[in-house]
Design a protein around this ligand. Structure first.
Ligand code: NAP
Length: 260
């Protein structure tokens, strides 16, 4: 299937590690032009060099998206470099364990880390998305639906991303801009590795316990499987799909517990 991304321009936040890296690779494989917006300088330089060497057009913007000026810069540079914006994948985020015990300052910091830039980028990109009838993909989390424990800030931000997905899908109907969310559950990435290693005395045992509870094939979802859904949602081939929450998780959230 031709996803018709060729020569179109897509911004991926956190686009050089984990799920974001896989989405970046899929966009380029489909012929799209890529803007990676992230604070991970080294990983981005390595990935951009590899993709450019293979013929892709890649622009990178290094900076913390918690800074409003960096969000504005991402959009300005994307347009200066490529002249248009066809889609945004809001993906950068950190499960930072801002629990009830950690208090109001940690909670506010977690919302800042995980939520505001989703809004800010779309705000600044709006004129260009209206021109292109673009597509927005918000990477949320199953935590928005299930909770996790010890992570109030992240859970609140991920839930708010679902609220914004529906709100923007409604708001942007007049411009034929589609807005959808993807909810991963268990995907091995640098973030996930860090969470396992820092949260449990025996990370290997915890990992085995989690994997045993994933109904489909008793394995984690791959970043490529999240990326495949992402490029489909960016593509005109999903032209009548908007306001949806895509739960790409091997049945982890919804299937009968007795199956595992
Ligand atoms: P990851 O491996 O840590 O990659 C995320 C990238 O985004 C990193 O390069 C990170 O930089 C960057 N980033 C984070 N906050 C940023 C900010 N404020 N400004 C600029 N860059 C920032 O994470 P991942 O596991 O791929 O997660 C990607 C998304 O999927 C997140 O929204 C996460 O909540 C969601 N998700 C993941 C899972 C999973 O199982 N992995 C499950 C559910 C939802 P640093 O390395 O410096 O932090």
């Amino acid at each position: 299937m031709d996803l018709q991304l060729k020569d179109k321009v897509y911004i991926v936040t956190g686009g050089s590690k984990g799920i974001g890296e896989a989405i970046s690779r899929h966009i380029v494989a489909e012929g799209g032009k890529l803007v990676i917006a992230t604070r991970s300088k080294e990983a981005t330089e390595i990935l951009a060099a590899e993709l450019r060497a293979a013929g892709a057009e890649v622009h990178t913007v290094i900076g913390d998206l918690q800074e409003l000026s960096n969000c504005e810069r991402v959009i300005k540079e994307a347009v200066a470099e490529f002249g248009r914006i066809d889609g945004i994948v809001n993906n950068a985020g950190v499960n930072d364990g801002a629990s009830l015990e950690k208090g109001p300052a940690a909670f506010r910091a977690s919302i800042n880390l995980n939520l505001f830039h989703y809004y800010d980028l779309v705000h600044y990109a709006l004129p260009y998305l209206k021109e292109s009838k673009g597509s927005i993909v918000n990477v949320s989390s199953k935590v928005a639906l299930t909770g996790q424990g010890q992570t109030s800030g992240y859970a609140a931000a991920k839930g708010a991303q679902l609220g914004l997905t529906r709100e923007w899908a409604a708001d942007l109907l007049p411009y034929s801009i589609r807005v959808n969310a993807i909810l991963p559950a268990e995907v091995m990435t640098p973030l996930y590795r860090k969470w396992l290693d820092s949260s449990f005395d025996d990370p290997a045992a915890k990992e085995a316990e989690i994997v045993a509870n994933i109904p489909f094939e008793k394995r984690m979802t791959t970043a490529d499987e999240i990326a495949a859904m992402s490029v489909f949602l960016l593509s005109p081939k999903s032209g009548h799909t908007t306001g949806q929450f895509m739960i790409v998780d091997g049945g982890y959230v919804h299937l009968d517990r007795s199956l595992t």
